[in-house]
Write a protein that binds this ligand. Sequence first.
Ligand SMILES: *Cc1c(COP(=O)(O)O)cnc(C)c1O
Length: 367
Amino acid sequence: MKFETLAIHKGNLITDKNKPVVQPITLSTTFEHGNEAGALYTRASNPNRSALEEVIAALEKGKEAAAFSSGNAAGTAVYQALEPGSHIIAPDDMYHGLHNSMTMLFKGIHEVTFVDMSNLEAVKAAIKPNTRLFWVESPSNPLLKITDIRAISALAKAQKALLACDNTFATPVFQNPLLLGADIVMHSSTKYFGGHSDILGGALVTKETDDFWAKIRTVQRVGGAVPSPADCYWLTRSIRTLAYRMKGHAEHAMILAEFLSNHPKVEEVFYPGLKSHRGHEIAAGQMSGFGGIVSFTVKGGAAEADDVVSKLHLFANATSLGGVESLIERRAAVEGPDTLTPPNLLRVSVGLEHTDDLLEDLDQALS
Ligand SMILES: *Cc1c(COP(=O)(O)O)cnc(C)c1O
């Protein structure tokens, strides 16, 4: 089955004799012993969570998925499942929440080297005998840097280490890291999976149900950072339209990126769909679309960038991304003093409003 069909028909668990067309929400935290499905207690498993995991695994072409209560909980589960003393190679522009997870929660437990993952020589130079995990985020946040997932996979295999890929920006509509050599895929389902800025969630998907995956399942069940049945239901529901939303987001992002590229007040535009983007060729070789996030720098500095944001009407000045509504944010202001992000950079999560209205609003705010 094709992506659109899987998104609609997988993970729709009907147990009711009345045969409703959509799955019921099973709120019960406990289940009678000896039931057919073997359900016991909702922290360990729940029908709505199983349904969500089934559809996410199918869309990412994996064996199984594990759903978590946030993207950070999903990423953190990978670091928890590693043997203590492992060395991790991670991007220097990693999503700051997971960067914080590594540096704040695993200090003294694991060792981390942050490098520019788009520079293969730098990645090779960072490898140590105890390197157990390569963490990739492509496109990255907020510069939309592209990492060659196949090339990093070859390095990871030679090192007998795992390759995990944060696929939140690309989504499985445009990129399947497991088919490019990754072992684990991570998602913040808060973003495009949810798609309406009203659900917090995360997921991991595995290529193999091996020993490492068994540890991930233990972290999920014992750690207990699991989503509620209702959140699982709403996520499954949102995923039904993921393919169509992503096509819209990417089409709109390209239109905005081209408009901004030709605007005299704009210094530089970062969008992997633009031929001028440094990672365009690698992106075209591993993605079937370029996603819905566009970053750009405004001529001048932070004050000029803030001025643009304050004049916009349709773009909410808010963090996060992936919803139907357009959002804009000056990233350096939220990432703190250690950030590598230019102070005049604005990140746009391009929404599904009509692009005529979006361009008109941007044009008046920039002039
Ligand atoms: C938001 C985000 C996360 C963290 O997800 P939460 O659901 O906020 O915990 C991780 N990676 C990327 C790329 C993100 O955008």
